[in-house]
Design a protein around this ligand. Structure first.
Ligand SMILES: Cc1ncc(C[n+]2csc(CCOP(=O)(O)OP(=O)(O)O)c2C)c(N)n1
Ligand SMILES: [Mg+2]
Length: 311
């Protein structure tokens, strides 16, 4: 099954558009703050991939979501909380995890991220088994990149997910590159065939139209949840930015072609002035949040205190 790129069905609604552009401007802001020496540590932006968590968010509202190193969009699409995330990244008061997690290690309610590639898959299977046994009707969605499928833990997890029939949705954001290595230089075969080897359902999504993707995935998510069918969804997508910051080894023409096919370009062309106005308004709001967060005092953390409520 392939959700194609061809015809957008309808424009994303206002809430989705806001979410999309908020993530876009949040990520652009982070790269700028880094270049100005105003952020420490590291960051991996999801520029170009924002539509994936935006399309998925309402389908997974009450579920577990395990995110990865490129997880800001996953968090923002779920919680719409740029101030809490930026405070976390900047180590300021009001940070989601009191500033001890930073960009890659977030936890809030049923959302958890890690920067360790492949770590989440076995964890997701254990959590999925819990969901199945308790019959709570939840599933576990786990985001991975394509390069992460070079980790052996992925296959141990797929094996047990299939054997135990757990409600796990593996979301692969296949952007064709892992750090600086193009996927075609390191991956034999295909993710479709690898999923098939375990008898696991597979779906590929190639477009970036939010309503269309959501409509395609709603019955898939329902099957994972109700029939406990582990499923792999491959989003064939594009990484517009550097792997982290200032470390893009691709040539300029290749990157320019990716930007030309970006969802933001397409929506600007399709929706015109109203989209540009919304874009400018959300961008100004993100800038305002940044000024406000940067002026806050440092985050403080006391061991054992302030952990978010358990599900
Ligand atoms: C176990 C482990 N090995 C290596 C790394 C370093 N690392 C961070 S991101 C990354 C590439 C991941 O590529 P991919 O899965 O395609 O995700 P993308 O960055 O393209 O979103 C690597 C090797 C890591 N974080 N964890
Ligand atoms: Mg990748």
């Amino acid at each position: 099954m392939t959700a194609g790129t061809a015809r957008p069905v309808r424009a994303p609604d206002a809430a989705d558009l806001e979410s999309l552009v908020a993530i876009r401007h949040f990520e652009l802001l982070l790269l700028r703050l880094f270049s100005e020496g105003r952020l420490n540590g590291t960051t991996h932006t999801c520029l170009g991939q924002e539509y994936i968590p935006v399309a998925l968010a309402p389908l997974l509202a009450d579920d577990f979501v395990l995110s990865n190193h490129r997880g800001h969009g996953h968090y923002l699409a779920r919680f719409r909380d740029p101030a809490g995330l930026l405070a976390e990244i900047m180590g300021r008061a009001g940070a989601v995890c009191s500033g001890v997690g930073g960009s890659q290690h977030l936890r809030r309610e049923r959302f958890l991220s890690t920067g360790v590639q492949g770590q989440s898959l076995p964890v997701a299977v254990g959590m999925g088994l819990h969901c199945k046994r308790t019959g709570d009707g939840r599933l576990v969605a786990v985001h991975t990149g394509d390069g992460t499928w070079g980790e052996g833990a992925v296959y141990e997890a797929l094996n047990m997910a299939a054997l135990w029939r757990v409600p796990v949705l593996v979301v692969v954001e296949h952007n064709g590159i892992a750090q600086s290595t193009p996927t075609h230089l390191q991956m034999a075969g295909s993710l479709r065939d690898r999923a098939a080897a375990f008898g696991i359902d597979f779906l590929e999504v190639t477009g970036h139209d939010v309503p269309e993707i959501r409509a395609r995935l709603a019955p898939v998510v329902r099957r994972v949840r109700e029939e406990h069918r582990p499923t792999v969804v491959q989003f064939t997508t594009r990484r517009l930015g550097p792997h982290s910051k200032g470390d893009d080894t691709r040539d300029g023409e290749e990157v320019a072609a990716l930007w030309a096919a970006d969802w933001h370009q397409e929506l600007t062309a399709r929706l015109g002035a109203p989209f540009r106005e919304l874009d400018a308004r959300v961008r100004a709001e993100i800038e305002r949040v940044a000024r406000e967060v940067e002026a806050r005092p440092p985050a403080t953390w006391t061991a054992g205190a302030g952990a978010p409520a358990d599900p």
